[in-house]
Each structure stands twice: as structure tokens, then as C-alpha cells.
Design a protein around this ligand. Structure first.
Ligand SMILES: Cc1cc2nc3c(=O)[nH]c(=O)nc-3n(C[C@H](O)[C@H](O)[C@H](O)COP(=O)(O)O)c2cc1C
Length: 471
């Protein structure tokens, strides 16, 4: 199924909306598979398996019925720990990303298949070959979210000794992507390659033959200044946490303003914030559902564990339904395997105390308030209007929808929000012909050497300008 509207509606526009010049900016959707994270609700009776293939295929097929650009898998290479134990509020089990995507290639036809793979703990030849294989199996639908992995704990199960410092993780990632792209370039010829650099010294023949999509689409998901430069220098798509329109617009303007220096057009790098959608038949019902889901997302034990990660100490003696713990934070590291978002614990705790006192919130209620903001809450019509507005005002090019339920968490969005967007003329009514690049609206793949040259030029110009300023 590739068109959700009636046949009569379809007849009135036989050209895909995205291709008509002068059309309003089009909304794009992608699907994030709910897995090990704070937002997935495993206690809900509607919650299914996070590891059985039916779950992956249900979500991917729903997203494809909704004409989404791609299906997205995050990756954690090690189970998270809390106070030295496996974190028991997580489900256990993270299957291999590329194996799952390969299986999905067989049960889908149009949707992109995006997998997160760390450039810190893998080797370019192996990753390039795995992605090339998915690209072949799916006829040009492979994508790779390149993460640098923010902690050594996560990668201790790999052979490579030691852990790179922050800057070197990004240098390795850039080199890694260049090598992968070179391998994909050579696949169109005889496959032979040699590459020598600080990180890799490899040679051989790349064995897959030319890829149907040219190069798999490359995503990036770091947020720092280095992360943003890495994205404009090497990526086609950014997955960002800037989900509210105001911070989204700032992020969007900042990242897109860096592109020209790298010889790139605004449309060559797409920005997709991760967002959550809660629907109701009336605005009041949607708000009520959002409250219920937030309460499910933060159990009593979950609230204490959340606070322990900020306080960095054992808070099990405190009542989640009582006030915030009246002890200062410690400098232990209580949890392993998570990205730490809060840099200044003391300032954060002080501001939370103020909120909790002013609004008379218990510890758990405070955690619900600060950790579960749903991005779009309303009737399908309201949500469609707000999403279209976010794209029109350049807060995003598309959205990675993060449902709280596996595997049915996007059924309602596809049934109700997609048709609303189509009626507004801001959502396609059929898939374009071609590879994932066409789904997303990206230009054709550029050779690896182009990326490296543009980056070198951009960075030497930058350094010259900085030198002039200093001089
Ligand atoms: C939206 C988003 C999603 C991420 N997903 C993953 C992931 O699935 N697996 C992983 O190992 N790291 C993930 N990361 C971590 C990044 O790769 C990176 O290590 C981290 O953000 C620190 O880099 P930064 O300081 O540039 O933000 C994610 C980061 C962001 C912002």
C-alpha cells in the first residue's frame, strides 16, 4: 500500500507533491524503533516484543504504508548498568542492527533502512561491506547513522584496546566515512583500494559490485560544535534532539549556515529532529492522554533511577512520592552506557528544587515534568498544522517519530495525521521512483574525494580567516 487517500483524490494529482515547483515545503516522516530508552513503555498491555521479527516488520510496514522516508534503529553495544548492575528497568537484548535491516529489506519495498553503527569500535571495510549488502538486498535503501559513542564502557567488548579522546573520535569518524565512501566508489570499478592514514592502513579489493543507491545515505547524531562540523563535512542527514520548534530553528539556521563554506547547498543536508506525537479526538483528550503516557513513562523506581543519574549517588532511601532528596549531588558515576545530557548537576538540581517547591511537586512528579515533554499533543488536524508550520519555518526538514509503544506506536499517526498532511498538500501521496536519496530529496551521491577536498578547502579558509583575525 503506498497511497492512503481515496482513488478520486489520487486522480486529481498524478505528480508527486514533492516534485511540484512552488509547492509548500513538504513534511517528511521517519520511524524510530522504540527500544532501550527512557520513553518506551514496556508495562503497557499493548506493548509487544522488542526483539521478535514481527515487531520490526510491523513498525517498518506501518511506516511504509505512511510513505515514511526511512525506518531507524539506534544501537547500544552493551547493556546499560546502574550501580554496578544491569539496569533492570530496561528490556534486555539488542539484536544486531545490520542483520535486522537485512531481514526488513525482504518485507518492504520503498522505505529506507537506517542503522546506527559506531565509527569508534568498528572497521571501515566490514561496515562498508555490510551496508553495501543491505543496499543490494533493498535496491538502494541503505543508510548509516554514524555515531562516535560517548563512553569507553560501551565499547569494552571490542578487541581494539584503549579509548580515543573526544577530538580523535571525530577525526576517526571522518576518516572512517571517507574510507567507506572510497570503497563504495571502487565497487563501481574493479574494487581495488589502498588507504593509509593515522587510523587505517588497509588495501585490497572491495567485493560487492556497484551499489544500487551509489552510496548509502550517511547520518550524524552528535550535537556539539565538533559534531555539527562533522555533519556539514561528512553527512547527508542529521538526527537531532532539537525537537521544539524554537530550539530547532536555531539549530537549523546554525547548521545550514555552515554549509556554503563546505561547497554544499542547503538542500544537501537534511535535518530530522526526533519527536513524539500524542493524539486525541479533542484537544483536552490529547492532553489527558499525554499525562497518562508520561505517568507510564516514569514509574516510581524509574523516577528514583533518573534522579540517581543526576545526583550520581544512591537515593534508594528516598520516597519517590515525597519531596526531592535533600542531599547534595556526589561525584560518583552511578550509571554506565548512557549519554550524559546534564553537565552541571548542582545548577540543575537547584532549578528543579525551585520548580518542585513553587508547583508543590513530589520527586516523581518533578521527574515527569522535566523528562517527558511530548513534542506534539493534539487532534490529528492540530498536530498536522503544527508539524507543517515547523517545516515551513525551517525548524526541521522532516521528523523522526519516536513512539512510546512497540510495535503499534505509529499506527494512529499513519491513519490520522498523514491524511491530514496530504489534504494540506504538504505530504507526498506516493513514493518517488528510485533510491532512498529520492525519498529524502537528496542530491546524487558525490565521490569520496569530493567530500575530502571540500572539507580541506573549508577548513583551510577558516584557519586563514582566523589567522587574519589574530594578526
Ligand atoms: C539524537 C542522538 C542520537 C544518538 N544515538 C546514539 C546511538 O544510537 N548509539 C550511540 O552509541 N550513540 C548515540 N548518540 C551519541 C553520539 O554518537 C555522540 O557520541 C554523542 O552525542 C557525543 O557527541 P557530541 O558531544 O558531539 O554530541 C546519539 C546522539 C544524539 C544527539
Amino acid at each position: 500500500m503506498s497511497d492512503l487517500r481515496s482513488t478520486d483524490q489520487r486522480r486529481s494529482t498524478d505528480t508527486p507533491a514533492a516534485a511540484i515547483p512552488g509547492q509548500p515545503r513538504q513534511v517528511h516522516f521517519a520511524a524510530h524503533f522504540p527500544g532501550v530508552n527512557n520513553t518506551t513503555v514496556w508495562s503497557d498491555p499493548a506493548s509487544g516484543s522488542h526483539i521478535e521479527f514481527d515487531s520490526f516488520s510491523h513498525l517498518a510496514k506501518t511506516a511504509e504504508a505512511g510513505l515514511f522516508d526511512f525506518f531507524f534503529l539506534a544501537e547500544g553495544l552493551r547493556l546499560r548498568e546502574h550501580q554496578g548492575q544491569i539496569f533492570d528497568l530496561d528490556v534486555v537484548g539488542r539484536p544486531n542492527t545490520t542483520a535486522v535491516l537485512s531481514a526488513l529489506a525482504a518485507v518492504t519495498k520503498h522505505i529506507g533502512l537506517a542503522g546506527t553503527l559506531s565509527s569508534t569500535f568498528n572497521e571501515p571495510f566490514d561496515i562498508a561491506r555490510r551496508l553495501a549488502t543491505i543496499d543490494h538486498l533493498s535496491n538502494g535503501r541503505a543508510a548509516w547513522n554514524v555515531v562516535t559513542t560517548s563512553n569507553a564502557f560501551t565499547g569494552e567488548n571490542f578487541r581494539r584496546g584503549g579509548y580515543l579522546d573526544y577530538a580523535d573520535r571525530y577525526r576517526r569518524a571522518e576518516d572512517f566515512i571517507d574510507v567507506a565512501r572510497r570503497l563504495w566508489d571502487t565497487a563501481a570499478g574493479d574494487g581495488s583500494f589502498t588507504h593509509g592514514s593515522d587510523f587505517f592502513d588497509i588495501s585490497g579489493r572491495f567485493p560487492t559490485g556497484a551499489l544500487p543507491g551509489g552510496h548509502p545515505v550517511v547520518f550524524q547524531a552528535g550535537d556539539s560544535d565538533s559534531g555539527r562540523d562533522f555533519a556539514v563535512g561528512s553527512a547527508d542527514v542529521i538526527f537531532t534532539r532539537h525537537s521544539d520548534p524554537e530550539s530547532g530553528r536555531k539549530f537549523y539556521a546554525d547548521v545550514k549556515s555552515r554549509l556554503a563554506r563546505y561547497g554544499r547547498t542547503e538542500d544537501s543536508l537534511k535535518i530530522y529532529p526526533g519527536v513524539s506525537i500524542i493524539l486525541g479526538d479533542t484537544p483536552a483528550e490529547a492532553v489527558e492522554r499525554s499525562r497518562e503516557v508520561a505517568a507510564q513513562q516514569v514509574s516510581e523506581a524509574g523516577a528514583i533511577a533518573f534522579l540517581e543519574r543526576v545526583w550520581d549517588r544512591d537515593l534508594s532511601a528516598f520516597d519517590p512520592n515525597g519531596p526531592l532528596p535533600d542531599v547534595p549531588p556526589a561525584a560518583e558515576s552511578i550509571s554506565q552506557g548512557r549519554v550524559k545530557h546534564i553537565k552541571d548537576a548542582e545548577a540543575t538540581i537547584a532549578s528543579w528544587r525551585q520548580i518542585a517547591e513553587a508547583e508543590k511537586l513530589s520527586a516523581r512528579e518533578l521527574v515527569i515534568k522535566v523528562s517527558t515533554r511530548h513534542s506534539y499533543v493534539g487532534t490529528p488536524a492540530q498536530v498536522a498544522t503544527d508539524l507543517a508550520e515547523a517545516v515551513r519555518t525551517r525548524a526541521a526538514d522532516g521528523f523522526i517519530l519516536v513512539p512510546h509503544l512497540t510495535p503499534g506506536g505509529l499506527d494512529e499517526v499513519v491513519a490520522k495525521v498523514v491524511p491530514e498532511l496530504q489534504e494540506r498538500g504538504v505530504y507526498r501521496t506516493e513514493y518517488p521512483d528510485g533510491s532512498l536519496r529520492e525519498n529524502i530529496g537528496l542530491p546524487a551521491a558525490r565521490p569520496a574525494a569530493d567530500w575530502a577536498e571540500n572539507r580541506d578547502r573549508a577548513r583551510s579558509v577558516h584557519t586563514d580567516a582566523e589567522l587574519k583575525e589574530v594578526g
